[in-house]
Ligand binder design. Sequence first.
Ligand code: NAG
Ligand code: NAG
Ligand code: NAG
Ligand code: NAG
Ligand code: NAG
Ligand code: NAG
Ligand code: NAG
Ligand code: NAG
Ligand code: NAG
Ligand code: NAG
Ligand code: CU
Length: 597
Amino acid sequence: MVLISSHKTWPFLSWAILVAQLLCMARADVHFYDFILKETSVTKLCETKSIMTVNDSFPGPTIEVQKGDTVFVNVHNHGDYGVTLHWHGVKQPRNPWSDGPEFITQCVIGPGTNFTYEVIFSDEEGTLWWHAHSDWTRATIHGAIVISPELGKSYPFPEPDDDKVIMIAAWYTGDLKELVDEAMKDGTDLPHSDGYAINGELGDFCTCSQETTHHWYVDYGKTYLLRIVNAVMNAELFFAIADHNLTVVGMDGGYVKPIVTTYIMISPGQTMDVLLTANQPLGRYYIATRQYSSEDAEVTGFDHSIGSAILQYRGNYSLPSPPVFPNATLPLYLDFGAALRFTNQLRSLASEDHPVDVPGDVSTKMFITVSMGEIYCPNSSCTSVSGNKLGSSLNNVSWVNPSLDVLSAYYRNLSGSYTADFPDWPPSMYNFTGDDLPDSVDMTYQGTKVKVLNYNETVEIVFQGTNVLKGSMNHPMHLHGHNFYVVGTGHGNFDSKMDPRTYNLVDPPHVNTFGVPKNGWLAVRFTANNPGVWFWHCHLDRHMSWGMDTAFIVKDGGTLETSLRPPPAHMPPCMDMGSYDISMQTSSIDHVEMQQL
Ligand SMILES: *[C@@H]1O[C@H](CO)[C@@H](O)[C@H](O)[C@H]1NC(C)=O
Ligand SMILES: *[C@@H]1O[C@H](CO)[C@@H](O)[C@H](O)[C@H]1NC(C)=O
Ligand SMILES: *[C@@H]1O[C@H](CO)[C@@H](O)[C@H](O)[C@H]1NC(C)=O
Ligand SMILES: *[C@@H]1O[C@H](CO)[C@@H](O)[C@H](O)[C@H]1NC(C)=O
Ligand SMILES: *[C@@H]1O[C@H](CO)[C@@H](O)[C@H](O)[C@H]1NC(C)=O
Ligand SMILES: *[C@@H]1O[C@H](CO)[C@@H](O)[C@H](O)[C@H]1NC(C)=O
Ligand SMILES: *[C@@H]1O[C@H](CO)[C@@H](O)[C@H](O)[C@H]1NC(C)=O
Ligand SMILES: *[C@@H]1O[C@H](CO)[C@@H](O)[C@H](O)[C@H]1NC(C)=O
Ligand SMILES: *[C@@H]1O[C@H](CO)[C@@H](O)[C@H](O)[C@H]1NC(C)=O
Ligand SMILES: *[C@@H]1O[C@H](CO)[C@@H](O)[C@H](O)[C@H]1NC(C)=O
Ligand SMILES: [Cu+2]
């Protein structure tokens, strides 16, 4: 994909760039992209349908930058409904205005209108991605972000001969928006996908797909940097390439200690940078992926299809047929052990050039249950089995979207959008991972509760998975605006005396998305040093839609450099603004000072 990137600078940016140049001699570039959101007709699985895309492409265009650059993306909505875009894993220092989640930091970019995101890169290096962040539109609206080391710097591994982006997406037959809206109204299960696409193609094992299988041509002897993105909606994935080792060197826009493996397990939202050396006999080899299901073995309704592409050596040789399949190395759907063996190896690089900064002293501790549940429907009026709606929750609060985004309400000190009382602790203690839980834990409270943090607070969260409704499974939790260190994880109920002794404070992975294991716990730490409003949710969209979400408000730190920036001139408007009260004429934020930027 050819991308347009001009180097016009805006007045205040040229000032910032000058300062940056003087301070560290680094050159931060500014890039401009136009994204046209529009309906595009696509045929897959023998069915032609219309999907919303960016510039008619599925996956969408790749954004290419160097570390520390800034990108302006002008999004023109030529579609029929409103959408927002999110820059997944980009921390956007002081700039949640361009983070994107609907009802958290903005309202939708309506049809016929446009909005320009200012995407500010800081310490990210490697691969990230962008995707829509309203309803389930991200199914077809997403693309990769490639962040090269800054000029004059190199990778912490031998320079690869070439790069290759691998975007894995879920494909749904039918009208996904309609199906989701209907299921949400009725409180029933949400749609399951019908195939996994690698760079837009489902591959040889799906009907009507063999003609268009994605081919990746390689030269014998060369080493490639694969940039793998799990963009699927609701599934963790196993991924392998027949007869070839994978060396994982990066994850979520940072480096990890190299892991030589025959397969990876990647959660939705995660990205992995993987080296592959083309060292096998000339021929064709399947690149293959299938779902890793951490649900109960009795739950069989998931997408069992195999998504595939073909790695093909260049050269003059007769093709053996068919290509080799990674039969021995691609784990099976329910292989919990294989998933764990892989994720347990992940470590930050923690080198002199790429150090870690794990908070030692913790100032805010939270213990959060991550749970499936039910939401009460009066008189069993919902059409699900129980007569209630399916729900999911964090500390028994199932998130409800406000109609005015949390960020605007916070910035303007308006009440009625959210309350600042997200609990640090579950409302009651029970055997979270028990087999026979009382019915009293099934029901979930609905609310729009956020957690407020002071600037620089060092936060530890222990996520505790639960087996409510026998619904225990992995939950890949994703934080906006910060990466977090994964300091510990384990099976069963968290033991606050013993388990902290197992924490890795030396080289824990530093990521934006990581799974709370089925019937287990996950401990993470981060420093709240990015003022703003940051969404925090399970990256399985079914759980996100059911309410497994909340947001952090990180307050200003008292100086300009530690304060939220003012909003851009034209944020997309929200509906029914009339119901929000202006509590005070002025807010906590000193607008006069802020305007000086
Ligand atoms: C998308 O399409 C528009 C209109 O054709 C074009 O101006 C723009 O450069 C394209 N953007 C990308 C990222 O290709
Ligand atoms: C909409 O796009 C035009 C150029 O096409 C640009 O001048 C304007 O600033 C954009 N508006 C927003 C809110 O980004
Ligand atoms: C894969 O890695 C293992 C362990 O380092 C090594 O023994 C094996 O030869 C490698 N295989 C290939 C195909 O490179
Ligand atoms: C490919 O190999 C065949 C058989 O060795 C040979 O006849 C042919 O000329 C070669 N083609 C090219 C383009 O090198
Ligand atoms: C694994 O390989 C064997 C032998 O080639 C083949 O019969 C079998 O169908 C393969 N399994 C898969 C999942 O492709
Ligand atoms: C529930 O049923 C009761 C008794 O039949 C009725 O009075 C009430 O209006 C119903 N509530 C709703 C919300 O339908
Ligand atoms: C909690 O439930 C698990 C699984 O049923 C069981 O093994 C364990 O003994 C229970 N713990 C307590 C304290 O009851
Ligand atoms: C969660 O809240 C609901 C509704 O208030 C309540 O019925 C339920 O008992 C609570 N669950 C727990 C585990 O406290
Ligand atoms: C935040 O923490 C950093 C690192 O400890 C420190 O240098 C800085 O002064 C702190 N800033 C504020 C506003 O507390
Ligand atoms: C926001 O408004 C409330 C209600 O009037 C007031 O109590 C509070 O002090 C205000 N907060 C800030 C930070 O200005
Ligand atoms: Cu989840």
